[in-house]
Design a protein around this ligand. Structure first.
Ligand code: HEM
Length: 391
């Protein structure tokens, strides 16, 4: 198998991934006691078999209990299906499609604020605030609180070397951060109970499927997942997509001439640089993957970033090529846990790129002020992306 390059076949060395792909497609890491899985076919097998590969990793690693109830990402079987059905009722493709004019207006407003500037940080000025404003408005919490959300995201997702070590050795930090967010969301849920509106929290309070309603902690935790994971991932998607277009001027030119290529650009940047590099599972029974026997009750890390570059699934895997068809990337996961926010992330990505490229006929990274990458193995994204622009 090809190495997962820390450059991506691009003219410039850009990205730190999680290192070279080891010779074996499946390997055990003694330090973290985790089985790492790198191949596309193995990843699909795992994600499509939730009965064997459980999402309830909290059974093995100490994740604060309060974060698990109502957290779809950490649930299995009937409870997961039931909750997913309820939240899917309020977070529908129609609701998302209805956000298009608002997403366009927020993007335009944010870029209006940059009038006259020939340099700005894309993350600070657009890629971070846009998804935060959208998700805050959707949930019905004040978008002005976004410095708080940023602080929480940074506290939870920053500077950690290893997700499991993080959960194991640094539990308190995770708990402290989480407590504040949960309290914040609970306060807003209480307000919605008294004074329901058209927002998602109000709808979650009222949602009912088969005579069942969500419990308080299910609503609060679902709000938590939406608020935090729902925006930072989209921030990274936007930054990564612009970086890809900067690195591949041919494609920037193509997409400027044919804006209908934008969705393909989004998908290909998702493949090459998936915002979530990995997802974790727990084996319910002994399994065999690529000839490797894995006992029951073991943690498995599915490296989406590596699966997305498996040359057996993607010819020339390290090259950014929006024309590739099919593009069967796994960046939104697969199977029963497939990302509920994918339509929203894709919509925000498309609209933001359309408006950005339309507004700036010239746009490139600043050689004097290079991008700063998020130093975390399970996330591929940029914290700072200074751009030089001309209108
Ligand atoms: C699940 C990635 C944006 C909400 C997932 C999963 C991945 C993912 C890989 C599956 C996790 C697993 O199988 O363990 C992404 C990426 C995004 C993005 C790359 C942006 C580019 C969003 C947004 C929202 C969202 C904007 C909400 C507004 C969710 C939820 C789940 C999920 C609720 C859990 C679904 C379930 O377990 O049934 N996402 N996501 N995501 N995502 Fe996203």
């Amino acid at each position: 198998m090809a190495a997962v390059a820390d450059t991506w076949g691009a003219p410039r060395s850009l990205f730190w991934l999680h290192g070279e792909r080891p010779a074996a497609p499946v390997s055990f890491d003694e330090a973290s006691k985790v089985w790492n899985v790198y191949g596309h076919a193995d990843a699909l097998r795992i994600l499509n078999d939730p009965a064997t590969y459980s999402s309830e990793v909290q059974r093995k690693i100490p994740i604060d209990d309060r974060l698990n109830e109502g957290n779809l990402l950490r649930m299995d079987g009937v409870p997961h299906a039931k909750l997913r059905k309820i939240v899917s009722r309020v977070f529908t493709p129609k609701v998302v499609a209805g956000l298009e004019p608002r997403i366009a207006a927020v993007t335009a407003e944010l870029l209006d604020g940059l009038a006259g500037r020939d340099k700005f940080d894309l993350i600070e000025e657009l890629a971070y605030p846009l998804p935060v404003i959208v998700i805050a408005e959707l949930l019905g919490v004040p978008a002005e609180d976004r410095p708080l959300f940023k602080q929480w995201v940074d506290m939870m997702f920053h500077g950690r070397e290893e997700i499991f070590i993080e959960a194991d050795g640094d539990e308190k930090v995770v708990m402290n951060g989480a407590e504040e967010v949960l309290r914040y969301i609970a306060e807003h849920v209480a307000k919605r109970r008294e004074n329901p509106g058209e927002d998602l929290l109000s709808k979650l309070v009222e949602a009912e499927v088969d005579g069942e309603r969500l419990s308080e902690s299910e609503i609060v935790n679902f709000g938590f997942v939406l608020l935090l994971t729902g925006h930072i991932t989209t921030t990274m998607l936007l930054g990564n997509a612009v970086l890809c277009l900067d690195t591949y001027p041919y494609w920037q030119e193509q997409v400027r001439e044919n804006p209908e290529l934008i969705p393909a650009v989004i998908e290909e940047s998702l493949r090459l640089l998936p915002p979530f590099s990995a997802v974790s599972r727990l084996t319910n029974e002994e399994v065999e993957l690529s000839g490797q026997r894995i006992p029951a009750n073991e943690l498995v890390m599915v490296w989406l970033a590596a699966a997305n570059r498996d040359e057996e699934a993607f010819p020339e895997p390290d090259t950014f090529n929006p024309a590739r068809d099919p593009n069967n990337h796994l960046s939104f996961g697969r199977g029963v846990h497939f990302c509920l926010g994918a339509p929203l992330a894709r919509l925000e990505g498309r609209i933001a790129l359309e408006i950005l490229l339309d507004r700036y006929p010239f746009l490139c990274t600043d050689p004097e002020d290079p991008p700063v990458f998020r130093p975390l193995p399970i996330m591929s994204g940029i914290d700072k992306l200074p751009l030089l622009v001309d209108t």
